[in-house]
Each structure stands twice: as C-alpha cells, then as structure tokens.
Ligand binder design. Structure first.
Ligand code: 9PG
Length: 442
C-alpha cells in the first residue's frame, strides 16, 4: 500500500520530542529530540530478532510501529496510531523539515491530541483503545522465580531442585523453569541431557506449594530440531519456497512455525495441553515475534491474524486460569490476548549491552523501554520490566532494583537464592512483597 501523508505538525525544534513505539518487547522504544539519530539495528539478524523484519526507514526518519507521538514543545502532544491497532500495525513515519514534523503512514491512522506529558498522552490513547475493545482490567501477576538470569541455558534439574529447597526465603508464587530443559528449540516435550525427568520436576514444584511455570518459544523452530526435519511442511515460507528467516540464536538458524497448518496447530495444542497436564499454569511464551513474520502460510491470512489465532490456540490449550506472559512479542497485536507483557530487552549482569546495541541484554536498554512503555501497564496487561537480579556481581544492582520497584508490574526474581547476600535478600523480599499500582501512568 502506498505511503500517504497524514499530518504536518509545527514544532519548536529546541523543545520538541518524537516518541517511537517499537514493534516487539526488545525493540528500542523511546523519545528523541529532532536531529538525534534513533536506535537502529546493526544488521539483518538484529533487525529480524529485535526490530521488525519487513523494512527500515531512512536514517533520518523516526518510525513508530502502529504508534508514534510528537510533542511539539509548545502545544499538546499529538498521538498518531493505527485505526485498528490490534489487527493492523502500519509503520508510521515522522520526518522533520522546516520546523514541522511530517507524518506519513501506509494504512489508516488516527490522530489524537492530548495535554500533558508524552506518557500521559499515550495513556489517554491507550484508554481509548481499552474502551473501544471493551477490555477487562488485567489480572494481577503472581510473583515468580525464574532460572534464566543465573543459569542461562546451562540450567540443570539439580539447579532447580536446589533453589526449590530454599525458595521459602523469598515470597514467590511461581517457580518458572526457563530455556534449557528442552532438547531443542521446537522440541518442547523432549528433555535436554541435563533434565532426567521434566514432569517429575514440575510435580516437585507443585508439591512444594508453588505454582509451576515454564518457558517456551512456541513459534520458533531451530534448524537442528526434530520438528524442522520431520515437518518441513509446518514452516512459514518465502516466495522462493525457502523457510523464512526467523533470526539466529543458539548457534543455529531459526525458522517460524506456521500455526495455520493443521498439523502444526495440532502439535502446538498437544505441547500446551501436555504442559498443562504436568501441572503448569504459568507460561512465559518467548520469541513470539516469529508468529507474526511475513511469509507464505497454509491459510491465506495476514501475519497478525496468524499471530492472534496462534495466541488464542495457546490460551485454549493452557486453560482460562493459567497466567500468560508474552516476551519477544509484538506489542499492539498482543492486546487482549496475554495477561502480562515483557516491555523491554533483557537485564544482564553487565550494565551496557554488548556492542552498544540497546536491544541486547543490559540494564541500559531495559530501563529505556521500561520507562517508555509505562503507559501500557494496567491497560493492555501487566508490564514485566524483566526480573530483579540482586546478587553481588550485578553491575549497578541498586539502580536496577529501583527501576523494578518503580516500573515493575510483574515481580520476578532470577538469582540462585543462596547467592543473595543480605542486601540482595532484603531487596528481593521487599520488591516481591510490594503492592503493585493499578497504573504506572495516570
Ligand atoms: C531464553 C531467554 C530468556 C529471556 C528472554 C530471551 O535479541 N536477542 O538475540 C535475544 C536473545 C535472547 C533473549 C532476548 C533477546 O532472551 O528475553 O528472558 O527467556 O530468551 O533464551
């Protein structure tokens, strides 16, 4: 669809800001002074894995995915957004020329003007979305312990058991096993070498009085997986017939599962019904941008329709009571379909992300997005700013704890419990026990 002019907003170049909404959890989302370059990916793998796969704007153009805001500096904030933000997420571009912000978009957008800060204006827009969709208030999140930020992919069954034995030191509802229990990306029901009995482990978690949580990346298929070799017909394809590039991680190419293929849909349902049968009722579904990649699918539906259909399928399989956390997730297309949403790149022991790429793990990017997406909390879902990590060795851990306290809807801890010193233990207890406000931006 051709790009069309939307509006031109006169700005004060010294005071104006443009606020970009990124596509998915890890996409940099923040405000820029006109003339300041926006964060952009270093190459194709980063573009696919953390920005949006289709295209990038010219270097001097600001882009919001379905949502952008212009604060002219001397008048109300303009919010420009998709007319149907859950189903259609056009890129909305802003370029600055002759003291004006020139807005263009490829599909229908609406323009709202609101007094107040950019966050307040975005909150008013989000209120209008909530009202038009008739969304119910999000369910409060349980507190969680997550294996990732201590053990990463090296986690073992013994590690989880060891933490379970001392979990009563912190106020945790859900014990969530992250990446590492599975043999391969896509083979969710096949255990890795370091897990002898995955269902048994989840039984021990529930027997200990905790709820059981699990990580999956349900729309990714690793090139090394059984699913990829046994069911090539389940992959989303490019026009030339090759599987679409869903990124690169775990030392392998990644493909996208075509959830509209009946076989793949049945497989997804079986996976999540099986996890439910293991007593799991907290699901962190990750890298789910892969479910909305453009490409050829079995059914003739748009990428966003396919994505929303796949989330509904997962919800049907996990049951209405299970708590669903999206991660690596397209933001606007997830509205109404998840309980909580990761709104930022990962926290990491190092403050600055590798190579300065703000979408990579590091406190800098996590804080940037956590603040920028505060308006979403309590409206679309519960915001997950990523886990608290409070053990010694976490760079600037006091600042991170402060961020989680201010911007954390979902409260998680991701340290080996016995690695926490007095400060770490006290801080973890305090933050997991704090009441979470209904809204972060009113
Ligand atoms: C498990 C992890 C954890 C973590 C998730 C996600 O851009 N990247 O290459 C990228 C890789 C991994 C990543 C985020 C971004 O981490 O956010 O909490 O579950 O997967 O592999």
């Amino acid at each position: 669809m051709p790009v069309r002019p939307v509006t031109e907003i006169p700005i004060d170049p010294d005071l104006a800001v443009v606020h970009e909404q990124g596509w998915q959890s890890w996409s940099p989302s923040t405000s820029y002074r006109p003339g300041t370059p926006a964060h952009r990916p270093s190459g194709d793998t980063r573009r696919i894995g953390a920005w949006r796969s289709e295209s990038l704007p010219a270097p001097d153009v600001y882009r919001g995915e379905g949502l952008i805001a212009v604060d002219p500096g001397d008048g109300p904030v303009h919010v420009i957004a998709s007319a149907d933000p859950v189903n259609s997420v056009p890129a909305i571009d802003v370029s600055i020329a002759d003291g004006r912000a020139v807005v263009t978009a490829a599909q229908d957008v609406v323009v709202q003007t609101h007094e107040g800060s950019v966050q307040e204006a975005l909150a008013r827009w989000a209120d209008s979305v909530v009202a038009s969709l008739g969304l119910a208030a999000p369910r409060p999140a349980p507190t969680i312990w997550c294996s990732w930020y201590q053990y990463f992919t090296k986690v073992t069954e013994a590690n989880v058991d060891a933490n379970l034995a001392v979990m009563d030191r912190i106020p945790v509802d859900v014990v969530q096993v992250d990446d590492g229990y599975q043999a391969e990306i896509g083979d969710w029901l096949v255990p890795s070498r370091d897990f002898a009995d995955v269902p048994g482990l989840f039984a021990r978690i529930t027997d200990s009085g905790h709820r059981a949580g699990i990580w999956t990346a349900p729309f990714l298929v690793g090139a090394r997986s059984r699913v990829a070799s046994e069911h090539p017909e389940w992959l989303v394809r490019d026009n030339d017939g090759s599987p679409v590039n869903a990124g690169h991680n775990w030392d392998q190419d990644l493909y996208a599962l075509d959830s509209t293929h009946p076989g793949a849909a049945e497989y997804l349902s079986t996976v999540f019904r099986t996890l439910r049968g293991w007593g799991i009722d907290f699901h962190k579904i990750d890298f789910i941008y892969a479910g909305a990649l453009p490409g050829r699918r079995y059914a003739d539906v748009s990428p966003v329709e396919a994505y929303r259909g796949a989330l509904r399928l997962i919800r049907d399989a996990i049951g209405p009571e299970a708590y669903l956390l999206g991660c690596g997730a397209p933001q606007l297309p997830s509205i109404g379909l998840v309980d909580a949403m990761r709104v930022s790149p990962d926290i990491a022991p190092a403050y600055s992300p590798p190579g300065g790429d703000i979408s990579m793990p590091g406190q800098r990017g996590a804080v940037l997005n956590g603040e920028s997406r505060a308006f979403q909390h309590g409206r679309f879902w519960v915001n997950d700013p990523d886990c608290l990590v409070a053990r010694p060795g976490i760079e600037r851990r006091e600042e991170w704890a402060e961020h989680v306290s201010r911007f954390g809807g979902l409260r998680g801890s991701s340290d080996a419990v016995d690695q926490l010193d007095d400060w770490g233990l006290e801080t973890t207890r305090r933050l997991l026990g704090e009441p979470v406000p209904r809204y972060l931006v009113t």
